[in-house]
Design a protein around this ligand. Sequence first.
Ligand code: FEO
Length: 169
Amino acid sequence: MDKKVIELLNDQINKEFYSAYLYLDMANYYIENDLDGFGNWYTIQAQEERDHAMLIMQYMQNNGLSIDLKTIDKPDKVFASPLDPLKVGSEHERYVTSLINNIYDAAYQVKDFRTMQFLDWFIKEQGEEETNADSLVKKYQLFGTDPKGLYLLNQELAARVYTAPSLTL
Ligand code: FEO
């Protein structure tokens, strides 16, 4: 397999674990501020990010590649209001989409069809993640500034349950 594709896949494991860390930091912010539903939503989001990391790691293992696990950065965002993490989440997902697209492009350049097919799931997943993140920002802007609206939104997010990824390798 191409060296650059391998390097980007390996880096993406770290980026996905960082995403999990970032979302756990957001979950903690909400839990500390008595918005347990928001906390639940981001705790589950963090679980999904760990799944993404594990899927990439498994793909590399299946292809006999050596994996170099790197240090996970400390999340350093400061949140001044409950809207802030939602905006950070939305920006972060766009960034992750750009990373996935970059790996896809590297695989495309060298006709690595196997990696492109593997990444197809991630391309679709990123579309969903961006939509979900944007929807949270919009919902908060519409309802979150009203105490009753915030209460109901918190209840809605409390109902999210974890489901394992639909991708099998
Ligand atoms: Fe692993 Fe939220 O993308």
